[in-house]
Ligand binder design. Sequence first.
Ligand code: SAH
Length: 234
Amino acid sequence: MSTRQKIEAMLHTIEVECSFTKGFTGRASLVPEVMEAMRLVSRHDFVPPALTAMAYENTPLPIGKGQTISQPFIVALMTDLLCPEKGDVILEVGAGSGYQAAILSLLVRQVYTLEIIPALAEKAMDLLQKLGYENVEVRQGDGYNGWPEHAPFDGIIVTAAATHVPTSLKEQLKPGGRLIVPVGLPFMHQELLVLEKDEQGVFSTRDVLPVSFVPLTREEIDRGTRKIEELDGS
Ligand code: SAH
């Protein structure tokens, strides 16, 4: 199968999965713009070379440091749920491979994406630059606190599971904006939530789909844990 055929097969699988999950998501299909972005971004550029042959399978794949590039269906669904518009400025928490940011970059004006693991942040930054995704800015940091310098955002997408919706992200969303975030326990009982902020700043929340994401980790908490481990070891 050629890469082109693999991409078309991936798009077909996304359509099929959309119809399977319609009862949950309320969406039998995704908007054509999102499907087109999924067609245009080469997922094989974002997976490790050893996994290139699997790049267009509808499955998450390891990207190193215990992290994964999300399943194409989930990337497409989350992008669609965000209702991106051409002039939008979007924040992503969890850059990972940079794939979701690349998809978004074709649909909006500017994408800011945060990645907590330095090696992944650097890799995503270099790759997106090399591939010419000029309207994406990657920064290493804890996305729990958002990115205040560029706030408020038209939309925010979190690609790691939080135990609760971070208050800073709610604050950094524009009225009329949407926040897409998986919430639940590490690797268990997670639900994909869509929060909408109305013009008065009041939130409504919709439960979209049971999902399984890697956990949202915290810089300070992890540093604290490491310190305790160091003390234990001494
Ligand atoms: N959107 C990514 C999916 C990455 S998986 C892609 O398209 O490839 C989730 C990522 O979130 C991981 O790389 C993980 O390191 C990162 N992450 C976890 N907690 C984070 C936090 N508090 N701030 C920023 N990134 C975080």
